[in-house]
Ligand binder design. Sequence first.
Ligand code: ADP
Ligand code: MG
Length: 696
Amino acid sequence: MRPAVLNPLFAELTGLKGVGPRIARAIEAAVGGTHVVDLLWHFPSAVIDRRFAPKIADIPDGALVTVTATVGPHQVPRHKRQPYRVTLHDETGELTLVFFRANADYLKRQLPEGAVRVVSGRAQAFGGGMQITHPDHIGTAAEQQSLQAIEPTYPLSAGVSRKPMQKAVRAAVNLAPPLPEWLDPALVAREGWAPWRESLLAAHAPGGEADLVPETAPRRRLGYDELLANQLALLLLRRNMRRKPGRAITGDGGLRNRVLGALPYRLTAAQSRALDEILGDMAAPSRMLRLLQGDVGSGKTVVALLAMLAAVETGAQAALMAPTEILARQHHAVLNRLCEGAGVRIGLLTGRGRGKGRDLLLRHVAAGAVQIVVGTHALFQDEVAFNDLALAVVDEQHRFGVHQRMALAARTSGPPPDILVMSATPIPRTLTLTAYGDMDVSRLDEKPPGRRPVATGVMPAGRLDEVVARLVAAVAGGARAYWVCPLVSESGALDAAAAEDRYAALQTVFGDRVGLAHGKMKPAARDDVMARFAAGDLSVLVATTVIEVGVDVPEATVMVIEHAERFGLAQLHQLRGRVGRGGAESSCVLLYAPPLTETARARLEILRRTEDGFRIAEEDLRLRGAGEILGTRQSGLPQFRVADLAAHADLLPVARDDAYALLEQDPELKSPRGSALRTLMYLFGRDAAIALIGAG
Ligand code: ADP
Ligand code: MG
């Protein structure tokens, strides 16, 4: 149960004064949540400095001023179109306040003649006098201090303007209760941090522009709080997974030796190391939950296969789940080829294809006659029952998140399978912790020998004709090329249109040697185009990012990417990884639409300089921040509200160690500090993990 002290923060936004349903919806669009707590993390993006408080005679034209003066006569307009005027005066002169379409009653109440008032707004010289049109604030003399201050302003959305947003945030922040300290006192002292509530108040009371950044002490403290909540949740998840009994899987090595013996190459040192780590986990009686991380082309597939064979050698089954139909088919073909002559039965199960063949396959899976099953999400539908699933391999994990991992584990009855997740997304180490903190990690940090670098060029879109001319020459020499059009909209409809336009244009040059593949096509039609490209019937494949993951055409040597500035670096890197797979020289052209911002230029430069995916990811994180690293929300990475993974990167390992130590000392979070930590986890919406304490 959520600690009662937090209840005011988990009330609906509409409970705040001045926030009706309409404004609440607009605020929700800006802050991404419907509860009071969501406003706490909505930090100011600018300040308005109202400290300048001159006498009326000294007001410079155009200045933002806060003036204290006595209210004089009201000048009520005779026509609606005329403005309402009120004159104020101090000992030095007169100032006119101007209101259009004014509510006279309201103004008379706000500005009673003879009273002293504080008004703040932008002053303008007009007809020999000074005036303020629609002052931002009108207050009493008693409110002078609070008005003559630095005022925070917040990011807005359509439907909510500055003042209501400020008011709502202030009201929310005022509801924040003091909470017991959950941080290590030594850490707090070292960093010079204030308690939670004070830090929150300070983050919303910037003293100037310099206080608007995540590097300030209050923002670091709040960011650390969130990182700690995240790490605790992941460690609880991990502990829960591991507490469930697993099984010790040690095969006799027979199948593995046969497959290894038939390989035309030797495993790299990185592959051998990763495989040893995986087999070690599988042989242990507890459950495996391991991430196999490796850049495109680092050779994850064969490592996964050898792990699956270890399971098959014991008489059990293994499954390999891919994110798309195309990839599942490709994996199936590759595994079959690698296992040729080894006598392993490998089935393919996807969402497509119904009827007898499928029924038969399901029966064989249930009977254990099919030893390895490759498939899409369809693998984990109710109708699929494994005879004895010992290992589940999940490819391209970045499309799945922690929740999907939990669901997958729940799908299987009996002793739960070991889980190996493969990710080709080069994620910086810091992010690995936030996304995969519940898993052990093996990294393939070395590529198989013989890879040639991909010559990468960055060019403005104005030189498109030149690129096409060079492509014509390359195609005449037998080259195959990808031409990628960017993601324009979430729906994919616009991307398809852009790709169709480019396809039509290139058809006039390449005729029927060019094909088109995008996400709006029927999957079967798309697969067909891809297959024709793979077979060499097509020389140029115009595509949206559907080709991003895993498609393998070793003969392709040219990659052209339009509007490269719109892609995440990791994504560009993945796309580029589609070429340079065979023995031939390959090239990649990154076309951009000028003008490029300096950051955008620097990002594309990184790609030109290096092909090391992990370095690219680290640089991208540094340049753009984590939010955009993978370009899309579906990245599966956790979304942080306060923590800024670029600015707070140094705090992540600290949070990790802290969380470890905390759960060592107080596994049930029962101590006073443990209970404060539970509150913290509720505060950041990580409470689902609390249910795992003592469960399982
Ligand atoms: P990933 O899935 O990590 O992107 P793959 O498993 O598809 O990479 O491997 C990429 C290519 O490298 C494949 O063609 C594979 O046959 C080849 N390969 C894998 N391991 C080695 C190795 N040790 N030596 C040479 N080639 C290898
Ligand atoms: Mg792969």
